[in-house]
Design a protein around this ligand. Sequence first.
Ligand code: PHE
Length: 348
Amino acid sequence: MEQVLHQINDYKKEIAAFTSIDDKSVEEFRIKWLGTKGIVKAIMGEMKNVPIEKKKEFGQILNDFKLFVENKYESLKDTISNQQPAPDSYRDSDKSDLTLPGDTMPLGSHHPVTLMKNRIVSIFQRLGFAVAEGPEIEDDWHNFGALNLPLHHPARDLQDTFYVQQNPDFLLRTHTSNVQIREMEKGKLPIRMIMPGRVYRNETVSARSHCFFHQVEGLYIDENVSFADLKQTLYFFVKEMYGKDVKVRFRPSYFPFTEPSAEMDISCFICGGEGCAICKKTGWVEILGCGMVHPNVLQNCGINPGKYTGFAFGMGIERPAMLKYGINDIRMFSENDVRFLKQFTSVI
Ligand code: PHE
């Protein structure tokens, strides 16, 4: 028994001196001392060799020893778990509160030109017009020739048109009318198309005009299409776009590719026709150009003008967008200033 007591003292010293560095060594400690084949169990087995009168005293010593080992084991576990790095979000240095609502995603917005284009296009789509697009780099024929623009026409002037320097047969389209030609050339009739797109003109950039802007053009070709159809279509558009109280007037005009041609004004929707800075005190705002497709244009595209007639119209997008959103400088549209653009976040 003396020997066992000695042994226990030695064990206590060994245990007291033991330190652990990780989970693994703590587990090894447990197995060595407290496991089913561990030392504590083995020592407990000594009880049977102890004489009866000493059993109580010896039992006490063994229990103390067992408690000593268990306490050591618990404290080893505690130190290890305190050393373990906490999951990222719980670290002291990072005071994230996981119950906070998430950051809102910054919302993008449609560009005001896109907003206006979508409004215009959707009105004509309801009348059965399909959307068509064409190239911005165009040849002379599709931009001018086929549209009945004779060679000497001032619109071909270098002042107005950007030609491709390496190959002056190509140019940046000056209007979306090139898409008219491309659609008519396909030879599938009737045609009822709306054609939005970007166009280019060699103009001095200022608050009122830019060297590129956007247009929407419409084309309707079928048998028996008349100027009355053109007017009704545009009346519907104006009512949907600017409201039912807006008045409309047509003024005779000239475009090489339409005959007769007209320009359409609406009563100024800012002053209601009273006269203001926007309408230059006239009470009217010019909205679009239009007319019956010139027979030469039909012929140029292989369509029989004796059988088919049609109307076309074209309008800018920037001007009405400026009026609608109160934008007083056309350059804002192309400067990509987020302070400007994000004002349209909630507009659809
Ligand atoms: N293409 C003309 C322009 O750019 C607009 C227009 C289109 C006029 C169709 C009549 C018919 O000004």
